[in-house]
Design a protein around this ligand. Structure first.
Ligand code: HEC
Length: 290
């Protein structure tokens, strides 16, 4: 195997090994960053939903309390307004998702689905958990989903959610006496579920990875080409010329000119030694001839 081939093979193997390792590392770091970005989107959406909730209970509810006792107005309920506002938000971002799901909801539309029920039960089983993070694959691709427990922290909630007798009659008239009752203080009755699509983050990870591999390949190919040129110029070509001279000398051809290689590198020192050896050989030969 020639020197050049050996060098190239060793370098290419090293490059591929390093590339593989750094691609894995790069992917993991990019993915972690993408997750952090998705989590900050979720934080933003949650803050938005909580703001709508607060606006409803602080501004709307007191205004419409009298009217709601005659004819119940769901618009005065924070959960209703937060979810309705988010439905409007989805006109702009249809892949984003927000739901206040409950195991026993007042509004049947808020009933937890299978997977939602599993998460709520997990949060109920461990009240220390402040959220549940999962990645779900749906028809529209993977979604980053964070679920926050909805815990009854205030006794005022139980005015409407303990028994139909305690609840405002106008509310029972609208929603019926069956659902959304029997909730207890400090009980996790449901969860705030927020999902954001991962497609943008994922395609960004792959694009960055492709850029990284492409850029490193260009640098590697350039360095390989440079190394080959230098190897050829400073090592292979002088060694081949020296070999040719040595071959001619060994065949008894004394007419070949001295090997010339200027410089102060190892090849130059080798060529000087070679020429010295040749001169000694020549004089030894001429002494023999006498
Ligand atoms: C005035 C009565 C009333 C009070 C007080 C009240 N709620 Fe509700 N709550 C409702 C009604 C009615 C709905 C259904 C709204 C709809 O149609 O989406 C509801 C819905 C909910 C939902 C969504 C799931 C479901 O049952 O449909 C959650 C969660 C919730 N309430 C939590 C609370 C919490 C927590 C409190 C206390 C801070 C509270 N509620 C206080 C009447 C009330």
């Amino acid at each position: 195997m020639g020197l050049r081939l050996r060098f190239n093979l060793i370098l290419a193997t090293c490059y591929l090994l390093c590339l593989g390792l750094s691609v894995v590392l790069f992917y993991q770091i990019s993915r972690r960053e993408a997750m952090e970005q998705l989590q900050s989107q979720i934080d933003l959406l949650r803050a938005q939903a909580l703001s709508v909730r607060r606006y409803t209970s602080e501004e709307i509810q007191p205004l419409l309390a009298d009217q709601s006792s005659l004819q119940f107005l769901p618009q005065t309920i924070p959960s209703f307004s937060a979810q309705t506002a988010f439905r409007n938000f989805r006109d702009f971002y249809p892949q984003f998702f927000y739901k206040e799901a409950a195991l026993n909801p007042t509004n049947p539309a808020d009933l937890a689905k299978d997977w939602e029920r599993d998460i709520i039960n997990r949060l109920r089983a461990d009240p220390q958990l402040d959220k549940d993070v999962s990645i779900r694959t749906t028809d529209t691709g993977a979604h980053y989903t964070v679920t926050y427990p909805l815990v009854i922290k205030s006794a005022s909630c139980l005015e409407c959610h303990s028994t139909p007798e305690k609840a405002p009659p106008s509310m029972v008239a609208l929603y019926g006496p069956k659902n959304g009752f029997g909730w207890k203080l400090n009980e996790t009755i449901g969860a705030q579920i927020i999902s954001v699509p991962m497609s943008v983050a994922e395609s960004r990870i792959w694009r960055n990875l492709a850029l990284f591999v492409g850029a490193s390949a260009i640098v590697f190919l350039f360095l390989m080409a440079l190394l080959n040129v230098m190897l050829n110029r400073y090592v292979i070509s002088p060694v081949m010329r020296m070999a040719k001279t040595a071959e001619a000398v060994s065949m008894g051809d004394a007419s070949v000119p001295e090997f010339e290689y200027a410089g102060s590198d190892e090849i130059a020192s080798l060529s000087r030694s070679f020429n010295r050896m040749r001169r000694s050989l020549d004089s030894a030969m001429s002494m023999l001839d006498k």
